[in-house]
Design a binder for this molecule. Structure first.
Ligand SMILES: Cc1cc2nc3c(=O)[nH]c(=O)nc-3n(C[C@H](O)[C@H](O)[C@H](O)COP(=O)(O)O)c2cc1C
Length: 183
């Protein structure tokens, strides 16, 4: 069975709130799942997972220092040994235009550097609302579409991981149907 980790940093609870919704999406699928604050994360958690949702507060337009430190220091001796996992990102910023998508891109770049296969989501989960580079929210998720974006990210992570790591190709059809439902 596929193992999925939702790993996040959060100082004031907003990204943690997003993480809980992402986790809710993951748990709709037959996978082993864990959710962890970066303070409690160890390299073993990344080794364990087949799919990872990495959440960060937008800090100076980038990932938080704790997330960067984890990948720079704690995980470094795994570099080159853990390629092929599925990865995605989410971020809470202070405001729209404050760089939450750029922070997601920073997270995705770090995951790519470690050999993750990263993805975005083309689905529209509300009017004029999507998550092409990962789920993004200003503050905590409040509106229906903001919550839906987080849940959808978790669902899609589970679906891609089941399809590509667990070899359950029927999930590709499930992804297609889920997208068509909203068109
Ligand atoms: C050091 C620091 C840097 C920040 N940089 C940005 C920023 O570049 N853009 C932005 O919109 N918000 C910025 N913020 C605000 C946070 O991204 C925002 O409050 C977020 O919701 C916090 O998430 P959390 O509750 O999970 O910690 C910054 C906050 C801190 C503490």
């Amino acid at each position: 069975m596929a193992n999925i980790l939702v790993l996040y940093d959060s100082n004031t609870g907003n990204t943690e709130n997003m993480a809980k919704y992402v986790y809710e999406g993951v748990k709709k699928y037959p996978v082993n799942s864990r959710i962890k604050h970066i303070d409690y994360a160890k390299a073993e958690d990344i080794i364990w997972c087949d799919g990872l949702a990495l959440g960060t507060p937008t800090n100076i337009g980038l990932v938080s220092w704790k997330i960067k430190r984890f990948f720079d220091v704690d995980l470094l001796n795994q570099w080159g040994k853990i390629d092929g996992k599925i990865g995605c990102a989410f971020s809470s910023s202070g405001g729209w235009g404050g760089g939450n998508e750029i922070a997601c891109m920073s997270a995705l770049i770090m995951l790519m550097n470690y050999g993750f296969l990263v993805f975005g989501v083309t689905d529209y989960v509300g009017e004029d609302f999507t998550l092409h580079y990962g789920a993004v929210v200003a503050g905590k998720p409040k509106k229906e579409e903001e919550i839906k974006a987080c849940v959808r990210l978790g669902e899609r992570l589970a679906q891609w991981t089941l399809a590509y790591v667990d070899g359950k190709k029927e999930y590709l059809e499930i992804i297609k149907n889920q997208k068509e439902e909203e068109e």
